[in-house]
Write a new protein. Structure first.
Length: 466
């Protein structure tokens, strides 16, 4: 095989692409990974990692601010947004360097440049590198880009998207966030805790609307208590720049003045410039690439994974899809199952969901029980002074199999893993109850919630419904 011929070529070096490359190289295959910008993709460079690095700074700030609660007296607290951004940049730089080393140690050929199909087995790379390569199989892992809307020009000076906002070093006094989804809520949680006046404009009846009423209500209450102005069921008509900021015109005739705005109204699959039309690859209405449950496109040797298939735009689904695609390519039977995808919104309080939500179960008229347990009844939550929030579990009434779970409150992002394991393995309420959970810990909340469904609560009054 010549230097230009590969077993597998992957276009896009985000979590989907680089995981596929590593897995295939582990199987002894000759792999090329084509990346036009930065290894690690959106997730490492302008997504998961940088946002969570910044949110960790405000989590630390929160604890310092409420030091008195822990009987600790702190004299003076100071911080700068610039310092937090520099910390975030250092974390991203270190991880990116580590990733490049990891790929090279797996003998993956990294090709820096933009990939485009010439035929179903050939790719042309332009930009930093100019070459043509061929591969038996190809995976498209090109990710997604931020959606824009009419009358709002993202100029990255007053009106930002999530990419450019992550570079802003001067703390604004006020910010309008258009879109109360994942990005809008996480940035609102960060900026409001820095002391910025935040307004969220959300077109649907609540923020995080698709995550159900209970979670949205609790997060909305927390945001309001921190001073976030929430305008739901409201649309933005246009934004106009003024000498000292912007004016945001709403469909309820209100005009909001603010220093800057963030546009966060969703993301779209990135498929332009790949020359997919020439290959007759089947696409959906939103520009997503259609795949089967083995991640195969309508062209049998071409696979697509991650944000570009427009299903769950999350890093861990991209990684899982990568493993399914590579297994399939190498003849190992594998299918993608979306029934237990965890999703976490890293706000304060954190929100995490996996599997069937109570609202979806009701909507589908399913015969389920919903077990809810509040953190206020849990010893560890008191020790942490984090008593707000709850967990709930959806179980099948007849079989007692766990179908879904949600958590809002301390360490929800960590808590949800146990329920992901339970749902993936079709465990019953008893399997969790019979597992000895250390005390005092937050995961005891799952046991307590499930005990309620069996009418044998230990740390909750009998027959009390939440
Ligand atoms: P990407 O990570 O987008 O990578 C695609 C790569 O392909 C990019 O590097 C791009 O440069 C490259 N590329 C594109 N076209 C070409 C081409 N023609 N040639 C060569 N290279 C090309 N998800 C979570 O699970 N948890 C989180 O906490 C989280 N936080 C997020 C926060 C923000 C602000 C954003 C925007 C997203 C967040 N996400 C999070 C979503 C997550 O980042 C994505 O789901 C994930 O990055 C998708 O991975 P991917 O491999 O499909 O694509
Ligand atoms: P989103 O789909 O989560 O939220 C967009 C919101 O904007 C929706 O609530 C929508 O109703 C609203 N909206 C749309 N048009 C509007 C308009 N004209 N005016 C007002 N509101 C409008 O998309 P978001 O927040 O941009 O994030 C994109 C994706 O990135 C997410 O869906 C998620 O997959 C991923 N992500 C994941 C994170 C995580 O896992 N913690 C964090 C951040 C992003």
């Amino acid at each position: 095989m010549s230097d230009k011929n590969f077993d597998l070529a992957i276009i896009g070096g985000g979590p989907g692409g680089y995981s596929a490359a590593i897995r295939s190289a582990q199987m002894g295959k000759k792999v090329a990974l084509i990346e036009k910008q930065f290894l690690g993709g959106v997730c490492l460079n302008v997504g998961c990692i940088p946002t969570k690095a910044l949110l960790s700074s405000t989590d630390a700030l929160d604890i310092i601010k409420k030091a008195d609660t822990f009987a600790i007296h702190v004299e003076k607290v100071s911080f700068t947004l610039e310092g937090m951004i520099e910390r975030k940049d250092n974390i991203v730089r270190d991880l990116r360097k580590g990733l490049e080393g990891l790929l090279l140690s797996n003998k993956i050929q990294i090709i820096k440049g933009k990939g485009k199909f010439l035929s179903k087995n050939e790719i042309e790379i332009t930009g930093q590198t100019s070459e043509k390569i061929s591969a038996e199989n190809i995976i498209i892992a090109t990710g997604s880009y931020p959606t824009e809307i009419p009358n709002i020009k993202v100029d990255h000076k007053k009106i930002y998207n999530s990419n450019s906002l992550l570079c802003l070093k001067k703390q604004p006094k006020s910010m309008v966030i258009i879109g109360g989804g994942y990005i809008g809520c996480e940035f609102a949680s960060f900026y409001t805790r820095l002391g910025v006046k935040v307004t969220i404009i959300e077109a649907l009846p609540s923020i995080l609307y698709s995550h159900g009423k209970d979670l949205a209500k609790l997060l909305s209450g927390s945001f309001k208590a921190e001073g976030v102005d929430l305008k739901v069921a409201t649309k933005v008509l246009k934004c106009e720049e003024t000498a000292d900021g912007i004016e945001v015109y709403l469909d309820n005739n209100e005009v909001i003045k603010s220093e800057i705005a963030l546009l966060a109204v969703g993301r779209k699959p990135l498929t332009q410039d790949l020359n997919l039309d020439a290959l007759n690859i089947q696409m959906g209405k939103q520009g997503e690439i259609i795949v089967d449950d083995q991640m195969r496109t309508s062209s049998p040797n071409i696979f697509a994974i991650g944000d570009v298939i427009g299903k769950w735009m999350l890093a861990h689904t991209a990684v899982h899809e990568a493993l399914v695609a590579v297994d399939t390519i190498h003849g190992i039977e594998s299918k993608m199952d979306f029934s237990a995808v965890p999703a976490v919104i890293f706000t304060k309080p954190e929100i995490a969901i996996v599997g069937l939500t109570p609202d979806k179960a009701k909507e589908k008229n399913m015969d389920v029980e919903i077990a809810k347990f509040p953190f206020t009844a849990l010893g560890k939550a008191h020790a942490l002074s984090e008593k707000k929030g709850f967990v709930d579990v959806v179980i099948d009434k007849k079989t007692k199999i766990i179908l879904g779970a949600q958590a809002i409150g301390p360490s929800a992002s960590i808590l949800i893993a146990e329920m992901g394991l339970a749902i993936t393995n079709k465990l019953t309420a008893n399997a969790v109850i019979d597992t000895i959970h250390a005390h005092p810990t937050l995961p005891e909340s799952w046991q307590e919630a499930l005990l309620i469904t069996l009418n044998r609560p230990l740390n909750f009054p009998p027959n009390l419904k939440l």
